[in-house]
Design a protein around this ligand. Structure first.
Ligand code: FES
Length: 251
């Protein structure tokens, strides 16, 4: 059952570029949150709440990571430790891991890495072997490697070659070795290329779309899938890559 309350910010980080992490003490949400789920945040002066994926969970605190590029996220990035945030969550359907530990592959493009950090920690804690392909346009936009959890087998790539290999994350696919469980988050262009390279594999992807209510009431996040129309906020935000009708999607 999602919790709606105001919770104190305990710690703020500015890890790189325009990104910001707010650690919020929200025991009810931290206890129930699963990787891939999100919360909505009330932002001063904005009618619509802002959806943010859960980036990490530690004890009674959860971390929300975002780029401060819009009105709401800029306002959030200016909040100080001790101030309270109005949060509703956890919301949506998170990633599903296989029933017993095995090797999994995570693919994070740009800001798509934010929710995958929670998934990698969750999986490592449960005995999974985790490989991560992490990419961005440039070194400045790349999630810092030292923040990736210990134990993750990491491959880095940038489009301009300023760090790691040169190219896109999809250039490293398929990764050598057998891996049947793949989880991805990134821009729609990455997903479109992944559909060509990973056909036949079961790939769970996390979609980030514009939302209104965040709880299935307004239909503004509806997408078309092979199983009919689906609401990203309620039926997702995780979907099977092959289920989405990409040609009918404008992200
Ligand atoms: Fe309102 Fe999804 S945001 S139904």
């Amino acid at each position: 059952m999602p919790s709606l309350n105001s919770f104190p910010i305990r710690y703020k980080e500015r890890p790189y570029g325009d990104s910001c992490i707010l650690w919020v003490e929200a025991p009810e949400i931290a206890r129930d949150a699963r990787p891939g789920q999100f919360v909505t945040v009330g932002c001063d002066g904005l009618m619509l709440r802002r959806p943010l994926s859960v980036h990490r969970v530690k004890g009674e605190e959860l971390a929300l990571m975002f780029s401060a590029t819009g009105t709401g996220t800029r306002w959030l990035s200016e909040r100080k430790e001790g101030e309270r945030l109005d949060l509703l969550g956890p919301l949506g359907r998170g990633f599903e891991l296989p029933p017993s530990p095995t090797r999994i592959l995570l693919i994070g493009g740009g800001k798509g890495i934010f929710p995958l950090i929670f998934l990698s920690e969750w999986a490592l804690d449960r005995g999974f072997r985790v490989s991560l392909i992490l990419g961005a346009k440039t070194r400045e936009k790349l999630y810092p490697a030292h923040l990736v959890p210990c134990g993750v087998n990491l491959s880095l790539i940038t489009e301009d070659g300023s760090y790691g290999d040169r190219g896109k994350v999809t250039d490293l696919l398929p990764l050598s070795g057998e891996v049947n469980y793949i989880y991805a988050c990134g821009p729609s262009s990455m997903y479109r290329e992944a559909t060509l390279k990973l056909s036949g594999k079961e790939v769970q992807v996390l979609l980030e779309v514009r939302m209104g209510c965040g709880v299935g009431a307004c239909h503004c996040c509806t997408i078309n899938t092979k199983r009919g129309p689906k609401k990203v906020c309620q039926d997702g935000p995780t979907f099977l890559l092959d289920d989405i009708l990409w040609d009918e999607l404008s992200l």
